[in-house]
Design a protein around this ligand. Structure first.
Ligand code: BGC
Length: 252
């Protein structure tokens, strides 16, 4: 049963976005305000930014938040693209205190994956499916018959002598002035490694860059074995917000 209204907040390495979500349909039912992720992205500063967005949306008694790091039982365990003081932080407690209502917290890619599997490109798909989010870093969500294996962190696998997200994240294309073709080949090689490890039936490519999937789809298709289907995220960069709200509604 859906609860209305639910606010989903997606905390990324570069931006924090929030919206009211219809959790039965997987749709945003408000604007999607965005604020820059504060630098340094310490827990208190991020919590303040989240509160600004939530206030702007009129608040809610049901709020789900994502964090770009490993989250286990509400506590953040890694912090590659946010301040290292997040490590060991009880994010659930922090956001609940700041917002005055009990909040749920989940890894950002896991949230995006849950939304895509429920409402988007992975809907109804059994077997092994992997969502990767290409942004400031690379996030991953692995599903087996629709069930999430949380905190897989496949962006931190070593690839070509470096952390994979330093090789193929969307931010790397800009930072290293790569063409779409050059960067697309990197993504293709990275996804090919994932197929070697997991033999997934499906890979969903998410993050803001999924809007421009046609700019690098050919490079991926040329490299990834054909028994793995590679598709862009249907919810694009709304997926994290929708997934955060789904978890908050207890509907995952
Ligand atoms: C973090 C992941 C996160 C990903 C995308 C990585 O650096 O370790 O937890 O999902 O970035 O934000």
């Amino acid at each position: 049963m859906g609860i209305h209204p639910v606010i989903g907040v997606d905390v990324g390495g570069s931006g924090v976005k929030a919206a009211l979500v219809d959790v039965e349909r997987g749709e945003l039912v408000s604007d999607r305000p965005r604020l820059e992720t504060p630098q340094p992205a310490t827990p208190d500063r991020v919590a303040h930014t989240v509160a600004q967005l939530v206030d702007g949306l009129g608040g809610s008694s049901v709020i789900g938040v994502t964090v770009p790091g490993v989250v286990s039982t509400g506590v953040v365990r890694t912090a590659a693209n946010i301040d290292s003081t997040w490590i060991g932080t009880d994010a659930c407690g922090l956001f609940s205190k700041q917002l005055g209502v009990p909040c749920t917290v989940i890894n950002d890619a896991d949230a995006a994956g849950l939304a895509e599997m429920r409402f988007g490109a992975g809907r109804g798909r059994d077997g092994v499916a992997i969502m990767v989010t290409l942004g400031t870093g690379i996030g991953s969500a692995v599903f087996v018959d629709g069930n999430l294996v949380p905190n897989t962190e496949l962006g931190h696998l070593e690839f070509k002598g470096q952390v994979a997200e330093h090789y193929a994240a969307a931010a790397v294309r800009k930072a290293q002035h790569l063409t779409w073709e050059q960067w697309g080949r990197r993504v293709g090689h990275y996804l090919t490694m994932l197929t070697t490890l997991f033999s997934p039936e499906l890979i969903v490519v998410g993050g803001g860059v999924s809007r421009k999937f046609d700019r690098f789809a050919d490079e991926i298709a040329a490299l990834v074995p054909t028994n793995t289907e590679v598709v862009p995220a249907a919810l694009q960069n709304r997926a994290g917000i929708v997934g955060a709200a789904l978890v908050a509604a207890g509907d995952r």
